[in-house]
Design a protein around this ligand. Sequence first.
Ligand code: ACO
Length: 327
Amino acid sequence: MMSQSKSRITAIGTYVPERILTNADLEKMVETSDEWIVQRTGMRERRIAAPHEYVSDLAIKAVEDMVDRYGVTVQDADMILVATSTPEYSFPSTASRVQSKLGIVSTGALDLNAACAGFVYALQMADGLISGGAYRKILVIGAETLSKITDYTDRTTCVLFGDGAGAVLLEKDENSPSVIASVSGTFGEGGIHLYKTALSEQMDGTELKSGCLVQNGREIYKWAIRNIPDGVRTLLSKGDMTADEVDWFVPHSANLRMIEAINERGPFTMDRTLTSVEYRGNTSAASIPLALQLAVDEGQLKAGDHALLYGFGGGMTYAGSIIKWTI
Ligand code: ACO
């Protein structure tokens, strides 16, 4: 299939906070063990934002890292899209804060929330906006401070989540586009399995809690391994590609064991799967760019490679794109 895309990824950068939360630290906080966590999730560490460090701070540092690595200019970006489900304010948007802190003079700024699928959704939106001719240069950011909505007395969730941010720059380029094919979908009935209260009561009708994340991990696990392999196959057929033609599978880094179970049922193997889960935990909208960056740094992901990105999570919602890595 010929791609209709007219945008190219020209740079990537990431940032994670300094503080490390290890499995040994968690053993002192709740009744758990390093053995249980590694066996069930594959996680060893996560990064935790400082008390006054918020999602826009992480996002900006990811953009600065991108500028340092690739020497790109972001001052002439005409749109900033930030995927996050942990904004420091409902409004102003995180994207507005990024605009102001980076001093970008004239740009649109918009947050979007699709939980762990957010980064891939933002990439799809940015590609569409550029390919349609409305914009030329878009900062696409996935950033989260999940530690700020995690209940550290609940062992079923607190071992999973971490903080981080990743940014890519998407620029108009008709000759060497990055996005080959995309899919997305929603299973709203599954929303009850993963949510954070905002202005409403608990989804099961009980008293309003503190605004922490509520999760039924087992149900999400079942949903993911039942649906994602087929979603991946649909995306491959939409892109008119076989799994052999795709170098890397980059699923949302929710849980390494879940990714292994997805691969047992899907077309990819673990040796061609990129994750950020082991030392970053589940960073929701940041997990896919963090995995991409780690793979670039380790010399795995190279210019010309094809990668199938697949985000999924709260909503329940999912979004996948096959991209050609162009940097
Ligand atoms: N340490 C020790 N024991 C624990 C812990 C822990 N941290 N957490 C749960 N347990 C116990 C449970 O209490 C239960 O004990 P019981 O049998 O005495 O009742 C036992 O371990 C098994 O619990 P399960 O919930 O069935 O464990 P499971 O193997 O399903 O693993 C997990 C739980 C890791 C949460 C898994 O279900 C999972 O990863 N699900 C997907 C979660 C996910 O991906 N969420 C995010 C997706 S979207 C997004 O990223 C926002």
